[in-house]
Design a protein around this ligand. Structure first.
Ligand SMILES: [Fe+2]
Ligand SMILES: [Fe+2]
Length: 309
């Protein structure tokens, strides 16, 4: 069987996009960012309006909750780069185009809502946040496989679920019911996005099983969170992992494994030779992740024990 071209894949998957777009529009609930922000807690800042400058003590959120909120917001802020990527790859016509624009509009709410919350509650330094946004967006973003349709579908299937978990757990880490409700709402959107992309790749597994398996194996091998270009990301992501907001265990057990299970990768039939190799690579990757997650959990437990003694 010869490999399907990018154009052939787009055409073949178009009816699946149409079906899943209808499904998405039927279940996605309209919501309003302004309803999730406690506006009456807000105060005017210094600068042209002569209010009060931000200070650390303005908020009681923990350091790690603030860090996770910043990472999540900066990740959402890079939406123009993500839009550019999927618009270039999926096109702006037909059902693909309708999805690209609808998805972008939904994602646009996330950054708005989180920024409003952070500014009104004075949770983070607004000057540092704005500078970080400028730096981050000026760098732009492209994922490792941005020319390849199935790789991109595989990437976003994992990434949307990873983002869901990260928003949800960040909300919990703030211990602020208002923030938790906001991030739970955002997380619900991310889950629907994941389902959309996951269903598309499921259809690709029927259409071109070997190519789909290759895409999944390649994407898992070098998976990076979309915010990995954020200044100081390595340090921030260690803090986030230590706090159990997003760590290797969650990455493996709550993101990678459930998505692979939905595609039933270990029972897919009709693979070509490279597809079989790719599947073996996925299995080996799961084992590697298991070892790395266990190692991290052990180190984290030892660290916690040291801190209490
Ligand atoms: Fe989002
Ligand atoms: Fe999303």
């Amino acid at each position: 069987m010869t490999a399907l071209s990018q154009t052939a894949l787009l055409l073949e998957l178009e009816p699946v996009v149409e079906k899943n777009l209808d499904r998405h529009l039927a279940i996605a609930k309209e919501w309003f960012p302004h309803e999730y922000v406690p506006w009456s807690e807000g105060r005017t800042f210094d600068g042209p309006l002569g209010g009060e400058a931000w200070s650390e003590g303005d908020s009681t959120l923990s350091d790690v909750a603030r860090t996770a909120l910043i990472v999540n917001l900066l990740t959402e802020d890079n939406l123009p780069s993500y839009h550019h990527q999927i618009a270039t790859l999926f096109g702006r016509d037909g059902a693909w185009g309708t999805w690209v624009h609808r998805w972008t509009a939904e994602e646009g709410r996330h950054g708005t809502a989180i920024r409003d919350y952070l500014t009104v509650t004075r949770a983070v330094d607004p000057v540092a946040l704005e500078r970080a946004r400028m730096t981050h967006m000026s760098t732009g973003y492209s994922n490792a496989h941005d020319q390849e349709m199935l790789h991109s579908l595989a990437y976003v299937s994992f990434q949307e679920l990873a983002t869901r978990i990260s928003h949800r757990n960040t909300g919990r880490a703030t211990a602020d019911p208002v923030c938790e409700a906001l991030l739970a709402r955002v997380a619900a959107d991310e889950n629907l996005h994941m389902v959309f992309y996951r269903n598309l790749l499921a259809a690709a597994f029927e259409l071109a099983p070997g190519q789909a398996m290759r895409a999944v194996a390649d994407v898992l091998a070098d998976f990076q969170m979309p915010g990995s270009g954020i200044d100081g990301f390595a340090r921030k992501s260690v803090a986030i992992a230590l706090a159990g907001i997003y760590d290797l265990r969650q990455h493996r057990d709550e993101v990678v494994v459930p998505v692979l299970r939905q595609w039933d990768v270990f029972n897919v039939t009709g693979l070509d030779a490279d597809g079989e190799v790719a599947r073996d690579q996925i299995a080996a990757h799961l084992d590697d992740l298991e070892r790395a997650a266990a190692r991290f959990e052990k180190r984290r437990a030892a660290r916690a024990a040291r801190q209490t003694s």
